[in-house]
Design a protein. Structure first.
Length: 309
């Protein structure tokens, strides 16, 4: 996106909530607490998966990938957002802004693909439990995770770097360097960028989301065959929690990247970016891991025999 920056723009000003000082103080506190929860929750998952051999399973391998990813994703944006709350006129160089944009876009796409892989893993575990360990062997799990990280780079960073865009303003009406906010600063025709974004979004958002819904549809079909009422209730509770986080993440991302764009940034864009960029990484450890019996047992082992509710 920086190949045709023919203007004198050398830095960007991030508007954020600088026009609302009181709201910015509250926003600072919420961001700080959220980031600490994200770091603590996801770091705990990473540690427990390495600490307890009972968690050396495909499901927790993918969950540890997700935790590592969420730490990297949020650390690429939230610390700067926190610092910007303390600065009257937050500024960032063009190079730093482009780097942040590419990193966030790349990690966001990795999460889209990884959530689909995790849904596939759960689908196999529930629909074909007898052959689960054979089908989801260590080598295959590593390949699935590796493909997610590599494919995300090919679908996000490379197309972004190869798309020419001439920037004519240095005022970004956003909390960080988000790709849509930067495209809206272009004084050139953004039709090519929009078409490319629509194509890549179809592959990285719509396709994984449809796959996840199909996987959970198959999971629910298998759950309905469970004779135990308590077992069905627990399975439905788990599936509904997972789907809630998935819908928040994919729903907000699809609403932003798959809808027609204009040249003006809207407040709704900021809220949507916070939902998939802050809220879901904070919920992921709780929804996917910390409520699981195996993780509770690992915590019990870590902290002694103290009872964990």
């Amino acid at each position: 996106m920086g190949e045709r920056n023919n203007t004198d723009v050398t830095y960007f000003i991030l508007v954020g909530l600088s026009e609302h000082p009181r709201a910015q103080v509250i926003f600072f506190c919420l961001l700080l607490v959220s980031y600490l929860i994200i770091l603590l929750g996801n770091s705990l998952i990473l540690f427990l998966v390495q600490y307890d051999s009972r968690l050396h399973t495909p499901m927790y391998f993918f969950l540890s990938n997700l935790s590592f990813l969420d730490i990297c994703f949020t650390s690429s944006s939230i610390p700067q957002m926190i610092i910007n709350c303390l600065v009257r006129m937050p500024a960032i160089s063009v190079g730093q802004c482009m780097a942040q944009m590419c990193i966030l876009l790349y990690l966001g796409v990795v999460e889209c693909l990884l959530l689909a892989v995790m849904a596939y893993d759960r689908c196999i575990a529930i629909s074909d439990p007898l052959r689960y360990t054979v089908r989801m062997n260590n080598q295959f799990c590593i390949q699935l995770a590796g493909v997610s990280w590599v494919l995300a780079f090919l679908l996000s960073v490379i197309p972004t770097l190869l798309t020419p865009l001439e920037i004519c303003s240095n005022i970004i009406n956003h909390f960080f360097c988000e790709v849509l906010a930067l495209i809206k600063l272009a004084c050139s025709d953004i039709q090519l960028s929009e078409l490319l974004m629509m194509a890549t979004s179809s592959l990285t958002l719509l396709a994984p989301f449809a796959f996840i819904l199909a996987s959970y549809g198959r999971i629910l079909g298998a759950v309905l065959k469970i004779r135990s009422t308590e077992g069905r209730k627990k399975a439905f509770s788990t599936c509904s929690s997972h789907l809630t986080v998935v819908i928040i993440f994919y729903g907000t991302a699809i609403a932003m990247y798959m809808m027609p764009q204009d040249k003006t940034s809207k407040e709704q864009d900021k809220i949507a970016s916070l939902l998939y960029g802050v809220v879901t990484p904070m919920l992921n450890p709780l929804i996917y891991s910390l409520r699981n019996k195996d993780v509770k047992e690992a915590l019990k082992k870590l902290f002694g025999e103290k009872k964990i509710p």
